[in-house]
Design a protein around this ligand. Sequence first.
Ligand SMILES: [Zn+2]
Length: 60
Amino acid sequence: MAGPVLDWRDARHYDRTTDKPCRWCGHRTPLRDDTRRPAHKVCAERHTPPEEGTHLAPDQ
Ligand SMILES: [Zn+2]
C-alpha cells in the first residue's frame, strides 16, 4: 500500500525552534523533509518524483 511520500502534519517535519535555509530555494523555513533536511512543503513536492499510485494517476 502506497501512502503519502511525506506526512507534513507530523511534528518530525516541523522544527519550531530553528529556521534553516530550504535545500531547494534557499529561503528560511522551519519545515523538514523526510531526511530531516530543511525544505518547504511546496519545494519538496516539486522536486520529489511522485510515487506510483499517488495523486497523479493517469487516465486508464
Ligand atoms: Zn523552499
